[in-house]
Design a protein around this ligand. Structure first.
Ligand code: NA7
Length: 318
């Protein structure tokens, strides 16, 4: 099996600004914003929150990632619990449901503070509805308010302030997050007070994305076997009513073999796994998503976990 090199980790550019910010006329909330998780998404979001004048307190498991934010004016804390103590509204943006739960229920986690009166907790990590309900319940039992605010979009869309926010839970928290959401997103939806709905909608969108990417990759791989130029296929696809900006972009990445992670393949496969668990509980048949999941799972084993989801093309070329 050929050795696959990991994509280079991109350092956050603290000076880059989305063009969208100038025209959005943002008046920063006076509340102190806590932020847990400075991965690619979290870093991009926090950088822009600081730029738009928000007072920010941060924590990340790997402490080194906090340094540029300390230099930009953020207060860095040692534990999630310390962030919660110092902030009014606390956002969490980590890899998966397990990480999200660890930060709330774990040692030095959010609930160690016991009394969350006047605190609002906003879960941005991609999670399943059950995890969101568990977290929401834990926060409420300590008198806190909870909002799930799932972020839909790639790292590039985050960098451009063009995410879509899908929110559910406490409406007052949703209102209080207005200036933060306006900083990072082009659209924000409140999907009701029932916790779990926003997670469901986000995962349904991810299902459409995952299945579409596998269909695209499989078709392009067939073209490649016929030695038909992938660029020609993409140019023609662009003229059809099937075209979409995303599929065109992903098709070009597949043609170039450039899998710079905008939406990591491991995240895509995690989402499909969450979708299938959700469907399992409802006895809902999802044969296409099941196969799509298998394809992504195997592509992970080929070494493409940290590459973009478009690396699923490699499955069909192996
Ligand atoms: P990244 O760049 O892979 O970053 C993941 C972040 O999650 C990073 O800060 C990690 O800390 C953190 N993490 C992961 N597991 C844990 C646990 N168990 N405890 C604490 N912190 C953890 O992902 P993105 O920023 O692109 O995406 C984040 C979310 O936004 C994801 O759910 C997307 O679907 C949407 P580390 O730096 O490794 O110490």
């Amino acid at each position: 099996r050929p050795v696959v090199t990991r994509p280079e980790t991109q350092a956050i550019d603290m000076n880059s600004r989305p063009n969208t910010l100038a025209e959005r006329d943002i008046v920063a909330s006076e509340q102190t914003i806590g932020f847990l998780g400075l991965g690619m998404m979290g870093s991009t979001i926090v950088k822009d929150l600081i730029y738009t004048g928000h007072k920010v307190v941060v924590w990340n498991r790997t402490i080194d990632k906090c340094q540029p934010f300390a230099e930009a004016g953020a207060d860095v804390k040692d534990t999630p619990m310390d962030v919660v103590e110092a902030a009014d509204v606390i956002f969490c943006c980590v890899s998966d449901p397990k990480g999200a739960k660890d930060l709330v229920f774990g040692n030095c986690g959010v609930l160690q503070l016991k009394d969350l009166r006047n605190k609002a907790y906003v879960e941005m990590s991609t999670i399943d509805p059950d995890t969101s309900m568990d977290i929401g319940e834990g926060i409420k039992q300590c008198n806190g308010r909870y909002l799930e605010a799932q972020i839909h979009g790639s790292r590039q869309e985050a960098a451009e302030g063009m995410l879509i926010i899908l929110a559910g839970g406490d409406r007052s928290v949703f209102e209080e997050c207005h200036s933060c959401f306006k900083t990072i997103a082009k659209n924000t939806f409140f999907l009701g007070t029932d916790v779990g709905n926003a997670c469901k909608v986000n995962l349904i969108l991810q299902t459409i994305l995952g299945v579409s990417l596998v269909g695209l990759a499989e078709a392009l791989a067939l073209a490649d076997r016929f030695s038909i130029s992938l660029n020609d296929i993409i140019d023609i696809f662009d003229l059809t009513s099937m075209k979409s900006p995303l599929l065109l972009a992903k098709g070009k990445e597949m043609a170039k073999g450039d899998f710079n992670p905008q939406q990591p393949l491991s995240h895509m496969q995690r989402d499909l796994r969450l979708v299938l668990n959700m469907a399992e509980n409802l006895d809902q048949s999802m044969p296409v998503t099941s196969i799509t999941n298998e394809v992504f799972k195997h592509t992970k084993r080929l070494g493409y976990s940290e590459h973009d989801s478009s690396a699923v093309f490699s499955y069909f070329c192996a």
